[in-house]
Design a protein around this ligand. Structure first.
Ligand code: HEC
Length: 322
């Protein structure tokens, strides 16, 4: 099911990569001489950062936008220590200190080439129809200038309601014009994987106007955060009537910017399924008492459906579905 693969993809790819790294470590320990930065980038970095390091499942390393600091020492630290919680392995154990240093120099050199336009961004999607297993489809750009659109849903009149991760909720008209952001939406904590996330309409939206929204908020301790799910309505360009549906206990507000979830999906009984990521603690997915790394299921107004698989069990987080 797609919704569960969304929770797990990163940790799986990291697990696979860790195995790969273990093999590389064995090769390095055998006493091989320092490898060139370019060949390290191709063999060890391109898998996630893209063949030109301009981005893949990992971020673009050449655009001078740094999450963990852009001084040479910061970049060297990122490479040596990694950010295992967000999927960047630690390379300290498998690269010599000279190799780590020359990688920083190589990134600087590639950055200059990128700024000079000598390194292309990934090519735009093809305009010709693409044949998938079941369908033939074509990709068309319908809006530009959005800052990381995260979730979207069509309104019954054909307009598209979408979130931008930086904390905006916007409407794209059928003609392709972006309306001003909806005002009064919840204050969003934006860092690393976090921000404004998915959006869904109540199955009876045409009658009741409920819109479901997931976002990250900061906890009472600075730089701790967790996912929240609310519903509300849009009236005259403003977010109104907000009701809270999921807000975790303060102990789940983590000082880690990774893995918040949160896809929203209504099932046939009009209950809401939503994902909560493991918040960088993969083992929590196996702990039934915690909401982390789970698919949760609540009624459309936030109660626990009586047919939830663990309903009534005191030792299980009440909304756990799987
Ligand atoms: C398994 C995937 C993976 C591989 C392989 C990988 N990275 Fe990363 N890297 C990531 C991810 C994901 C991030 C984003 C982490 C974050 O922002 O917390 C990242 C972040 C970074 C950062 C910090 C960027 C910033 O914004 O501060 C640097 C520097 C970096 N990687 C360099 C490298 C280099 C050099 C290699 C090869 C030796 C490499 N990475 C290999 C996934 C990977």
């Amino acid at each position: 099911m797609t919704i569960s693969s969304l929770v797990h993809t990163t940790s799986l790819s990291l697990a696979y990569f860790s195995f790969f790294l273990a093999c590389s470590a064995a090769t390095y320990a055998a006493g091989s001489a320092d490898r060139s930065a370019e060949s390290i980038a191709t063999t060890l970095c391109a898998a996630c950062h893209g063949p030109h390091l301009t981005g893949g499942s990992g971020p673009n390393l050449l655009d001078e936008r740094w999450n963990h600091g852009g001084q040479d020492a910061d970049i060297a630290h990122s490479i040596a220590q990694g950010c295992p919680a967000s999927g960047m392995p630690a390379f300290g154990p498998i690269l010599s200190s000279n190799e780590q240093k020359s990688l920083v120099g190589y990134l600087r050199q590639q950055q200059r080439a990128f700024a000079a336009g000598e390194i292309p961004l990934p090519p735009p999607p093809p305009e010709d129809p693409i044949d998938s297993e079941l369908h033939r489809f074509r990709i068309e750009t319908i809006a530009t200038g959005l800052d990381m659109p995260w979730g979207m849903v069509f309104l019954p009149d054909g307009r598209l309601l979408l979130t931008e991760r930086v904390g905006r909720l916007r409407i794209l008209t059928i003609g392709g014009a972006l309306e001003e952001p909806i005002t009064g939406t919840p204050k969003t904590y934006v860092r690393q994987d976090g921000g404004m996330l998915d959006i869904a309409l109540h199955p009876d939206y045409a009658k009741n106007g409920w819109i479901y929204l997931a976002y990250c908020e900061e906890g009472s301790t600075r730089d701790t955060s967790m996912t929240v799910v609310v519903r509300g309505r849009i009236r005259n360009g403003a977010w109104v009537d907000q009701q809270e549906l999921f807000r975790a206990d303060p102990k789940y507000y983590m000082a880690d910017g990774s893995h918040f979830g949160c896809r929203l999906l209504f099932d046939k009984q009009k209950n809401l399924l939503f994902t909560i990521g493991d918040r960088g603690l993969p083992d929590e997915a196996q702990n039934l008492a915690s909401p982390l790394g789970k698919i949760l299921r609540i009624t459309d107004d936030g109660r626990i459906p009586s047919d939830n698989p663990f309903a009534g069990r005191a030792d299980v987080y009440p909304s756990v579905w799987s």
